[in-house]
Design a binder for this molecule. Structure first.
Ligand code: ATP
Ligand code: MG
Length: 471
Protein backbone atom coordinates (compact mmCIF):
# COMPACT_ATOMS: atom_id res chain seq x y z
CA UNK A 1 0.00 0.00 0.00
CA UNK A 2 2.99 2.31 0.33
CA UNK A 3 4.05 2.20 -3.26
CA UNK A 4 1.93 5.18 -4.08
CA UNK A 5 3.70 7.18 -1.41
CA UNK A 6 7.27 6.53 -2.47
CA UNK A 7 6.62 7.06 -6.16
CA UNK A 8 4.50 10.18 -5.56
CA UNK A 9 6.99 11.69 -3.16
CA UNK A 10 9.74 11.33 -5.74
CA UNK A 11 7.68 12.76 -8.57
CA UNK A 12 6.28 15.65 -6.58
CA UNK A 13 9.58 16.55 -5.03
CA UNK A 14 11.14 16.87 -8.41
CA UNK A 15 8.72 19.70 -9.05
CA UNK A 16 9.74 21.47 -5.82
CA UNK A 17 13.52 21.51 -6.03
CA UNK A 18 14.33 23.82 -3.12
CA UNK A 19 15.00 21.88 0.07
CA UNK A 20 12.81 18.83 -0.25
CA UNK A 21 11.62 17.44 3.07
CA UNK A 22 13.98 14.45 3.01
CA UNK A 23 16.97 16.77 3.36
CA UNK A 24 15.76 18.23 6.64
CA UNK A 25 18.57 17.70 9.10
CA UNK A 26 17.07 16.40 12.30
CA UNK A 27 20.11 17.44 14.26
CA UNK A 28 20.00 21.06 13.26
CA UNK A 29 19.31 23.39 16.11
CA UNK A 30 17.79 25.95 13.78
CA UNK A 31 14.22 25.29 12.70
CA UNK A 32 14.11 25.10 8.91
CA UNK A 33 12.89 28.15 7.04
CA UNK A 34 9.14 28.21 7.23
CA UNK A 35 9.17 29.47 3.66
CA UNK A 36 10.34 26.06 2.43
CA UNK A 37 7.94 24.88 -0.25
CA UNK A 38 5.88 21.89 0.82
CA UNK A 39 5.40 18.69 -1.09
CA UNK A 40 1.83 18.66 -2.38
CA UNK A 41 0.20 15.38 -3.34
CA UNK A 42 -2.95 15.87 -5.44
CA UNK A 43 -6.10 13.89 -4.66
CA UNK A 44 -5.65 11.39 -7.45
CA UNK A 45 -2.24 10.42 -6.06
CA UNK A 46 -3.04 9.63 -2.43
CA UNK A 47 -5.48 7.24 -0.76
CA UNK A 48 -7.33 9.53 1.67
CA UNK A 49 -11.01 9.54 0.81
CA UNK A 50 -13.75 11.69 2.30
CA UNK A 51 -15.62 8.44 2.93
CA UNK A 52 -13.19 7.78 5.78
CA UNK A 53 -13.48 11.22 7.36
CA UNK A 54 -16.27 11.67 9.89
CA UNK A 55 -19.35 13.59 8.72
CA UNK A 56 -18.93 16.10 11.52
CA UNK A 57 -15.30 16.80 10.65
CA UNK A 58 -16.30 17.25 7.01
CA UNK A 59 -19.09 19.66 8.02
CA UNK A 60 -16.61 21.80 9.94
CA UNK A 61 -14.03 21.72 7.13
CA UNK A 62 -16.62 22.68 4.49
CA UNK A 63 -18.16 25.49 6.50
CA UNK A 64 -14.77 27.06 7.19
CA UNK A 65 -13.86 26.71 3.53
CA UNK A 66 -17.15 28.22 2.31
CA UNK A 67 -16.66 31.16 4.65
CA UNK A 68 -13.37 31.89 2.89
CA UNK A 69 -10.93 30.43 5.41
CA UNK A 70 -8.39 27.74 4.74
CA UNK A 71 -9.16 24.50 6.56
CA UNK A 72 -7.14 21.32 6.90
CA UNK A 73 -7.46 17.99 8.60
CA UNK A 74 -4.22 17.47 10.51
CA UNK A 75 -2.32 15.36 12.99
CA UNK A 76 -3.26 11.83 13.99
CA UNK A 77 -6.25 11.63 11.64
CA UNK A 78 -4.20 12.18 8.47
CA UNK A 79 -1.40 9.94 9.76
CA UNK A 80 -3.81 7.12 10.68
CA UNK A 81 -5.78 7.34 7.42
CA UNK A 82 -2.54 7.02 5.46
CA UNK A 83 -1.71 3.95 7.50
CA UNK A 84 -5.17 2.52 6.84
CA UNK A 85 -6.14 2.82 10.50
CA UNK A 86 -9.24 4.28 12.12
CA UNK A 87 -8.43 7.74 13.50
CA UNK A 88 -9.22 8.27 17.18
CA UNK A 89 -10.37 11.81 16.50
CA UNK A 90 -10.35 14.36 13.71
CA UNK A 91 -8.40 17.53 14.43
CA UNK A 92 -8.74 20.54 12.18
CA UNK A 93 -6.55 23.57 11.70
CA UNK A 94 -7.43 26.85 10.03
CA UNK A 95 -6.40 30.46 9.50
CA UNK A 96 -9.65 31.62 11.13
CA UNK A 97 -9.12 32.94 14.66
CA UNK A 98 -10.91 31.11 17.49
CA UNK A 99 -13.40 33.98 17.71
CA UNK A 100 -14.09 33.76 13.98
CA UNK A 101 -14.65 30.02 14.31
CA UNK A 102 -17.09 30.67 17.14
CA UNK A 103 -19.07 33.08 14.98
CA UNK A 104 -19.44 30.41 12.29
CA UNK A 105 -20.70 27.66 14.58
CA UNK A 106 -23.54 27.95 17.06
CA UNK A 107 -22.40 24.72 18.74
CA UNK A 108 -18.91 26.03 19.48
CA UNK A 109 -17.07 26.55 22.76
CA UNK A 110 -13.69 28.21 23.16
CA UNK A 111 -11.34 26.53 25.58
CA UNK A 112 -7.79 26.91 26.85
CA UNK A 113 -6.01 29.86 28.33
CA UNK A 114 -2.50 29.22 27.07
CA UNK A 115 -3.64 28.63 23.53
CA UNK A 116 -7.31 29.21 22.62
CA UNK A 117 -8.94 26.32 20.82
CA UNK A 118 -12.43 26.00 19.39
CA UNK A 119 -14.49 22.91 20.15
CA UNK A 120 -17.36 22.34 17.76
CA UNK A 121 -19.77 20.06 19.55
CA UNK A 122 -22.06 17.48 17.95
CA UNK A 123 -23.55 15.58 20.87
CA UNK A 124 -20.72 13.48 22.24
CA UNK A 125 -18.51 14.11 19.23
CA UNK A 126 -16.19 17.07 19.65
CA UNK A 127 -14.23 18.41 16.69
CA UNK A 128 -11.21 20.43 17.79
CA UNK A 129 -10.38 23.40 15.60
CA UNK A 130 -7.02 25.09 16.19
CA UNK A 131 -5.86 28.28 14.56
CA UNK A 132 -2.46 27.90 12.81
CA UNK A 133 0.17 28.17 15.47
CA UNK A 134 3.33 30.17 14.93
CA UNK A 135 6.43 30.76 17.06
CA UNK A 136 8.21 27.72 15.73
CA UNK A 137 11.41 29.12 17.16
CA UNK A 138 10.73 27.83 20.62
CA UNK A 139 13.95 29.32 21.95
CA UNK A 140 12.46 32.78 21.64
CA UNK A 141 9.64 31.79 23.90
CA UNK A 142 9.54 32.35 27.58
CA UNK A 143 10.97 29.24 29.24
CA UNK A 144 11.24 27.84 32.75
CA UNK A 145 14.57 27.12 34.42
CA UNK A 146 14.41 23.60 32.90
CA UNK A 147 14.00 25.06 29.42
CA UNK A 148 10.30 24.21 29.19
CA UNK A 149 7.95 26.44 27.27
CA UNK A 150 5.71 28.50 29.48
CA UNK A 151 3.90 30.57 26.89
CA UNK A 152 3.20 29.41 23.39
CA UNK A 153 0.27 31.32 22.07
CA UNK A 154 1.15 33.08 18.86
CA UNK A 155 -0.90 32.41 15.76
CA UNK A 156 1.02 31.79 12.56
CA UNK A 157 1.00 30.50 9.01
CA UNK A 158 0.37 26.96 7.79
CA UNK A 159 4.13 26.46 7.34
CA UNK A 160 4.87 27.67 10.87
CA UNK A 161 2.12 25.46 12.19
CA UNK A 162 3.75 22.44 10.51
CA UNK A 163 7.24 23.09 11.89
CA UNK A 164 6.11 23.47 15.48
CA UNK A 165 4.41 20.08 15.60
CA UNK A 166 6.14 17.22 17.37
CA UNK A 167 6.81 14.50 14.78
CA UNK A 168 6.97 14.64 11.01
CA UNK A 169 4.19 12.04 10.68
CA UNK A 170 1.98 14.31 12.80
CA UNK A 171 2.52 17.31 10.54
CA UNK A 172 0.65 16.17 7.44
CA UNK A 173 -2.33 18.20 6.22
CA UNK A 174 -5.37 17.28 4.15
CA UNK A 175 -6.63 20.38 2.36
CA UNK A 176 -10.41 20.54 2.01
CA UNK A 177 -10.08 23.11 -0.78
CA UNK A 178 -8.69 20.61 -3.30
CA UNK A 179 -8.41 17.36 -1.27
CA UNK A 180 -4.62 17.40 -1.64
CA UNK A 181 -2.07 16.39 1.00
CA UNK A 182 0.48 18.94 2.17
CA UNK A 183 3.82 17.81 3.62
CA UNK A 184 6.35 20.38 4.82
CA UNK A 185 8.55 18.22 7.01
CA UNK A 186 8.94 14.81 5.35
CA UNK A 187 6.13 13.01 7.15
CA UNK A 188 5.12 11.02 4.06
CA UNK A 189 8.59 9.50 3.80
CA UNK A 190 8.35 8.51 7.47
CA UNK A 191 4.94 6.89 6.92
CA UNK A 192 6.64 4.86 4.24
CA UNK A 193 9.72 3.91 6.29
CA UNK A 194 7.71 3.47 9.52
CA UNK A 195 10.08 5.71 11.42
CA UNK A 196 9.24 8.37 13.96
CA UNK A 197 11.32 11.53 13.52
CA UNK A 198 11.13 14.56 15.73
CA UNK A 199 10.79 17.83 13.82
CA UNK A 200 13.96 19.81 14.50
CA UNK A 201 16.57 18.94 17.09
CA UNK A 202 15.18 16.19 19.35
CA UNK A 203 17.17 17.37 22.37
CA UNK A 204 15.76 20.87 22.14
CA UNK A 205 12.24 19.80 21.30
CA UNK A 206 12.19 17.36 24.24
CA UNK A 207 13.65 19.97 26.52
CA UNK A 208 10.94 22.45 25.55
CA UNK A 209 8.21 19.89 26.15
CA UNK A 210 9.42 16.67 27.83
CA UNK A 211 6.01 15.04 27.34
CA UNK A 212 7.01 14.62 23.69
CA UNK A 213 9.24 11.76 24.88
CA UNK A 214 6.19 9.93 26.20
CA UNK A 215 4.38 10.74 22.97
CA UNK A 216 7.26 9.21 20.98
CA UNK A 217 6.87 5.98 22.92
CA UNK A 218 3.09 6.07 22.53
CA UNK A 219 3.22 6.47 18.75
CA UNK A 220 6.01 3.89 18.39
CA UNK A 221 3.87 1.41 20.34
CA UNK A 222 0.64 2.27 18.58
CA UNK A 223 1.95 2.42 15.02
CA UNK A 224 4.70 -0.18 15.29
CA UNK A 225 7.21 2.49 14.17
CA UNK A 226 10.84 2.70 15.20
CA UNK A 227 12.07 5.88 16.87
CA UNK A 228 14.93 7.47 14.95
CA UNK A 229 18.39 7.17 16.48
CA UNK A 230 18.83 10.84 17.42
CA UNK A 231 15.49 10.94 19.17
CA UNK A 232 16.28 7.68 20.95
CA UNK A 233 19.54 9.11 22.23
CA UNK A 234 17.80 12.26 23.37
CA UNK A 235 15.16 10.23 25.22
CA UNK A 236 17.76 8.09 26.94
CA UNK A 237 19.74 11.09 28.11
CA UNK A 238 16.86 13.45 28.95
CA UNK A 239 14.14 11.24 30.41
CA UNK A 240 14.72 12.88 33.79
CA UNK A 241 13.18 16.10 32.44
CA UNK A 242 9.78 14.49 32.85
CA UNK A 243 10.15 14.95 36.59
CA UNK A 244 9.24 18.60 36.06
CA UNK A 245 5.89 17.76 34.47
CA UNK A 246 2.73 18.26 36.50
CA UNK A 247 1.32 14.96 37.86
CA UNK A 248 -2.05 15.72 36.25
CA UNK A 249 -0.50 15.87 32.78
CA UNK A 250 1.52 12.73 33.46
CA UNK A 251 -1.68 10.96 34.47
CA UNK A 252 -3.34 12.01 31.19
CA UNK A 253 -0.38 10.83 29.14
CA UNK A 254 -0.17 7.62 31.14
CA UNK A 255 -3.81 6.95 30.38
CA UNK A 256 -3.22 7.39 26.66
CA UNK A 257 -0.17 5.13 26.82
CA UNK A 258 -1.82 2.39 28.81
CA UNK A 259 -5.47 2.44 27.79
CA UNK A 260 -5.42 2.96 24.05
CA UNK A 261 -5.13 -0.71 23.16
CA UNK A 262 -1.31 -0.90 23.09
CA UNK A 263 -0.67 -0.90 26.80
CA UNK A 264 1.71 -3.84 26.91
CA UNK A 265 3.93 -2.54 24.11
CA UNK A 266 3.88 0.95 25.63
CA UNK A 267 4.89 -0.46 29.01
CA UNK A 268 7.75 -2.43 27.44
CA UNK A 269 9.01 0.57 25.50
CA UNK A 270 8.76 2.88 28.50
CA UNK A 271 10.87 0.41 30.45
CA UNK A 272 13.28 0.08 27.54
CA UNK A 273 13.83 3.83 27.32
CA UNK A 274 14.01 4.30 31.08
CA UNK A 275 10.84 6.43 31.17
CA UNK A 276 8.57 4.14 33.16
CA UNK A 277 10.21 5.31 36.37
CA UNK A 278 9.02 8.85 35.78
CA UNK A 279 5.41 7.62 35.88
CA UNK A 280 5.57 4.82 38.46
CA UNK A 281 8.92 5.13 40.26
CA UNK A 282 8.27 2.62 43.04
CA UNK A 283 7.00 0.02 40.59
CA UNK A 284 10.01 0.63 38.38
CA UNK A 285 12.38 0.18 41.34
CA UNK A 286 10.60 -3.03 42.28
CA UNK A 287 10.88 -4.38 38.73
CA UNK A 288 14.60 -3.58 38.71
CA UNK A 289 15.15 -5.84 41.70
CA UNK A 290 16.27 -9.41 41.08
CA UNK A 291 13.49 -11.98 41.41
CA UNK A 292 10.74 -9.56 40.47
CA UNK A 293 9.52 -11.82 37.66
CA UNK A 294 6.19 -12.53 39.35
CA UNK A 295 5.42 -8.79 39.62
CA UNK A 296 6.42 -8.20 36.03
CA UNK A 297 4.27 -11.13 34.88
CA UNK A 298 1.22 -9.79 36.69
CA UNK A 299 1.65 -6.32 35.17
CA UNK A 300 2.22 -7.74 31.69
CA UNK A 301 -0.84 -9.97 31.99
CA UNK A 302 -2.92 -7.00 33.17
CA UNK A 303 -1.88 -5.04 30.08
CA UNK A 304 -2.39 -8.06 27.82
CA UNK A 305 -5.91 -8.55 29.19
CA UNK A 306 -6.88 -4.89 28.93
CA UNK A 307 -5.48 -4.63 25.38
CA UNK A 308 -7.61 -7.66 24.46
CA UNK A 309 -10.70 -6.08 26.06
CA UNK A 310 -10.12 -2.83 24.16
CA UNK A 311 -9.70 -4.78 20.92
CA UNK A 312 -13.03 -6.49 21.65
CA UNK A 313 -14.70 -3.13 22.43
CA UNK A 314 -15.21 -4.06 26.07
CA UNK A 315 -14.94 -1.42 28.80
CA UNK A 316 -11.75 -1.01 30.81
CA UNK A 317 -11.17 1.07 33.92
CA UNK A 318 -7.99 2.92 34.85
CA UNK A 319 -8.60 1.69 38.43
CA UNK A 320 -7.90 -1.92 37.53
CA UNK A 321 -4.57 -1.17 35.84
CA UNK A 322 -3.64 1.17 38.68
CA UNK A 323 -4.34 -1.67 41.11
CA UNK A 324 -2.31 -4.12 39.02
CA UNK A 325 0.65 -1.78 38.58
CA UNK A 326 0.95 -1.03 42.30
CA UNK A 327 0.07 -4.48 43.64
CA UNK A 328 3.70 -5.59 43.82
CA UNK A 329 4.63 -2.51 45.85
CA UNK A 330 1.68 -3.15 48.18
CA UNK A 331 2.75 -6.76 48.60
CA UNK A 332 6.35 -5.85 49.25
CA UNK A 333 5.36 -3.41 51.98
CA UNK A 334 2.93 -5.95 53.45
CA UNK A 335 5.71 -8.46 53.56
CA UNK A 336 8.00 -6.19 55.55
CA UNK A 337 5.38 -4.56 57.80
CA UNK A 338 2.59 -7.05 58.38
CA UNK A 339 3.49 -7.53 62.05
CA UNK A 340 2.60 -3.90 62.74
CA UNK A 341 -1.11 -4.33 62.05
CA UNK A 342 -3.90 -6.05 63.95
CA UNK A 343 -5.21 -8.02 61.01
CA UNK A 344 -4.41 -8.74 57.37
CA UNK A 345 -7.40 -6.61 56.35
CA UNK A 346 -6.18 -3.64 58.35
CA UNK A 347 -2.66 -4.10 56.94
CA UNK A 348 -4.01 -4.17 53.41
CA UNK A 349 -6.20 -1.11 53.97
CA UNK A 350 -3.47 0.98 55.57
CA UNK A 351 -0.66 -0.02 53.26
CA UNK A 352 -2.92 0.30 50.23
CA UNK A 353 -3.72 3.86 51.26
CA UNK A 354 -0.04 4.71 51.75
CA UNK A 355 1.12 3.21 48.47
CA UNK A 356 -1.68 4.86 46.47
CA UNK A 357 -1.00 8.16 48.26
CA UNK A 358 2.70 8.13 47.43
CA UNK A 359 1.94 7.39 43.77
CA UNK A 360 -0.24 10.52 43.57
CA UNK A 361 2.92 12.65 43.59
CA UNK A 362 3.82 11.31 40.17
CA UNK A 363 0.55 10.63 38.38
CA UNK A 364 -2.40 12.36 39.96
CA UNK A 365 -5.03 9.75 39.41
CA UNK A 366 -8.66 10.86 39.95
CA UNK A 367 -9.80 10.02 43.47
CA UNK A 368 -12.56 7.68 42.38
CA UNK A 369 -10.04 5.46 40.58
CA UNK A 370 -7.68 5.49 43.55
CA UNK A 371 -10.55 4.40 45.83
CA UNK A 372 -11.58 1.70 43.40
CA UNK A 373 -8.01 0.36 43.22
CA UNK A 374 -7.84 0.26 47.02
CA UNK A 375 -11.18 -1.55 47.17
CA UNK A 376 -9.92 -4.11 44.68
CA UNK A 377 -6.95 -4.73 46.99
CA UNK A 378 -8.93 -5.05 50.22
CA UNK A 379 -11.52 -7.25 48.53
CA UNK A 380 -8.72 -9.74 47.86
CA UNK A 381 -8.65 -10.55 51.54
CA UNK A 382 -12.42 -10.98 51.65
CA UNK A 383 -12.27 -13.33 48.68
CA UNK A 384 -9.71 -15.39 50.55
CA UNK A 385 -11.75 -15.58 53.75
CA UNK A 386 -15.39 -15.62 52.81
CA UNK A 387 -16.08 -19.01 51.41
CA UNK A 388 -19.29 -19.61 53.35
CA UNK A 389 -22.85 -18.31 53.08
CA UNK A 390 -21.48 -14.79 53.61
CA UNK A 391 -19.94 -15.09 50.16
CA UNK A 392 -23.37 -14.61 48.56
CA UNK A 393 -23.81 -10.89 49.46
CA UNK A 394 -20.25 -10.31 48.29
CA UNK A 395 -21.36 -11.29 44.79
CA UNK A 396 -23.66 -8.24 44.84
CA UNK A 397 -20.90 -5.86 45.93
CA UNK A 398 -20.34 -3.29 43.20
CA UNK A 399 -16.61 -3.97 43.31
CA UNK A 400 -16.95 -7.75 43.24
CA UNK A 401 -16.43 -8.15 39.51
CA UNK A 402 -13.20 -6.14 39.45
CA UNK A 403 -11.89 -7.87 42.59
CA UNK A 404 -12.72 -11.28 41.14
CA UNK A 405 -11.00 -10.38 37.85
CA UNK A 406 -8.02 -9.27 39.89
CA UNK A 407 -7.98 -12.62 41.69
CA UNK A 408 -8.02 -14.36 38.30
CA UNK A 409 -5.15 -12.15 37.18
CA UNK A 410 -3.12 -13.08 40.25
CA UNK A 411 -3.80 -16.77 39.73
CA UNK A 412 -2.97 -16.51 36.04
CA UNK A 413 0.29 -14.75 36.95
CA UNK A 414 1.62 -17.51 39.15
CA UNK A 415 0.23 -16.87 42.65
CA UNK A 416 -1.10 -20.17 44.00
CA UNK A 417 -4.70 -19.06 43.91
CA UNK A 418 -6.24 -21.06 41.10
CA UNK A 419 -8.41 -23.27 43.36
CA UNK A 420 -9.80 -20.17 45.04
CA UNK A 421 -10.42 -18.49 41.70
CA UNK A 422 -12.19 -21.64 40.48
CA UNK A 423 -14.30 -21.69 43.64
CA UNK A 424 -15.52 -18.14 43.03
CA UNK A 425 -16.07 -18.87 39.36
CA UNK A 426 -18.25 -21.85 40.31
CA UNK A 427 -20.19 -19.91 42.93
CA UNK A 428 -21.33 -17.28 40.44
CA UNK A 429 -23.29 -19.76 38.38
CA UNK A 430 -24.21 -22.25 41.15
CA UNK A 431 -27.84 -23.14 41.99
CA UNK A 432 -28.71 -23.46 45.73
CA UNK A 433 -27.71 -27.15 45.88
CA UNK A 434 -24.39 -26.48 44.17
CA UNK A 435 -23.86 -23.53 46.50
CA UNK A 436 -24.21 -25.81 49.54
CA UNK A 437 -21.60 -28.11 48.08
CA UNK A 438 -19.24 -25.21 47.52
CA UNK A 439 -19.70 -23.97 51.10
CA UNK A 440 -18.87 -27.47 52.30
CA UNK A 441 -15.74 -27.49 50.14
CA UNK A 442 -13.90 -24.20 50.39
CA UNK A 443 -10.80 -23.87 48.27
CA UNK A 444 -7.62 -24.56 50.16
CA UNK A 445 -5.03 -22.13 48.96
CA UNK A 446 -2.18 -23.80 50.71
CA UNK A 447 -2.32 -26.75 48.36
CA UNK A 448 -3.08 -25.19 45.03
CA UNK A 449 -1.95 -27.99 42.80
CA UNK A 450 -4.02 -30.71 44.45
CA UNK A 451 -7.58 -30.18 45.59
CA UNK A 452 -6.24 -30.65 49.12
CA UNK A 453 -8.11 -31.76 52.23
CA UNK A 454 -11.80 -30.82 52.17
CA UNK A 455 -11.62 -29.07 55.48
CA UNK A 456 -12.11 -25.42 56.19
CA UNK A 457 -8.95 -23.73 57.32
CA UNK A 458 -9.08 -22.37 60.84
CA UNK A 459 -6.75 -19.49 60.33
CA UNK A 460 -7.41 -16.99 57.56
CA UNK A 461 -4.82 -17.25 54.85
CA UNK A 462 -2.18 -14.56 54.71
CA UNK A 463 -2.93 -11.67 52.38
CA UNK A 464 0.18 -12.39 50.39
CA UNK A 465 -0.38 -15.90 49.17
CA UNK A 466 2.78 -17.89 49.85
CA UNK A 467 5.02 -18.32 46.84
CA UNK A 468 5.76 -21.88 47.91
CA UNK A 469 2.55 -23.86 48.24
CA UNK A 470 4.11 -26.08 50.89
CA UNK A 471 4.72 -23.09 53.19
P1 ATP B 1 -3.93 10.43 18.59
O1 ATP B 1 -4.15 9.34 17.62
O2 ATP B 1 -3.49 9.93 19.90
O3 ATP B 1 -5.06 11.42 18.68
P2 ATP B 1 -2.50 12.67 17.57
O4 ATP B 1 -1.23 12.75 16.77
O5 ATP B 1 -3.72 13.19 16.89
O6 ATP B 1 -2.65 11.20 18.02
P3 ATP B 1 -3.06 14.57 19.63
O7 ATP B 1 -2.60 14.55 21.04
O8 ATP B 1 -4.50 14.42 19.33
O9 ATP B 1 -2.23 13.43 18.91
O10 ATP B 1 -2.49 15.92 18.99
C1 ATP B 1 -2.87 16.35 17.71
C2 ATP B 1 -1.67 16.93 16.99
O11 ATP B 1 -1.19 18.07 17.70
C3 ATP B 1 -0.46 16.00 16.89
O12 ATP B 1 -0.56 15.13 15.78
C4 ATP B 1 0.68 16.99 16.74
O13 ATP B 1 0.77 17.46 15.42
C5 ATP B 1 0.24 18.15 17.62
N1 ATP B 1 0.77 18.03 18.99
C6 ATP B 1 0.15 17.46 20.06
N2 ATP B 1 0.92 17.54 21.16
C7 ATP B 1 2.06 18.17 20.79
C8 ATP B 1 3.24 18.58 21.48
N3 ATP B 1 3.41 18.30 22.77
N4 ATP B 1 4.19 19.25 20.77
C9 ATP B 1 4.01 19.53 19.46
N5 ATP B 1 2.94 19.16 18.77
C10 ATP B 1 1.96 18.50 19.40
MG1 MG C 1 -5.65 13.37 17.75
Amino acid sequence: MFNWISSKIKSTRAAVPDTPPSTVNVMTSEPPESTTAPTIIPRNQHPISRKNISDNALKVLYRLHKAGYSAYLVGGAVRDLLLDRHPKDFDITTDASPEEVKKLFGNCRLIGRRFRLAHVIYGRDVIEVATFRGAHDEEDQQTSEHGMLLRDNVYGTLAEDAWRRDFRVNALYYNIADFSLVDYTGGLADIHSKELNVIGDPRERFMHDPVRMLRAVRFAAKLGFTIDRHSEEAITSQGHLLKAIAPARLYDEGLKLFLSGNGLRSFELLRHYGLFGTLYPEVDALLNQPESDNHRTLIENAFRNSDARIAADKPVTPAFLHAALLWGVVQQQLHSEQGRYNSPVEALEQIGEQVAGRQQRYTSTPRRFVFQAREIWTMQQRLLRQQQRSAIPLLQNKRFRAAYDFLLLRAESGEPLQPLADWWTALQSADPTAQQQLFANPADNRTPRSRGPRRRKRKPAAVTAPADPSD
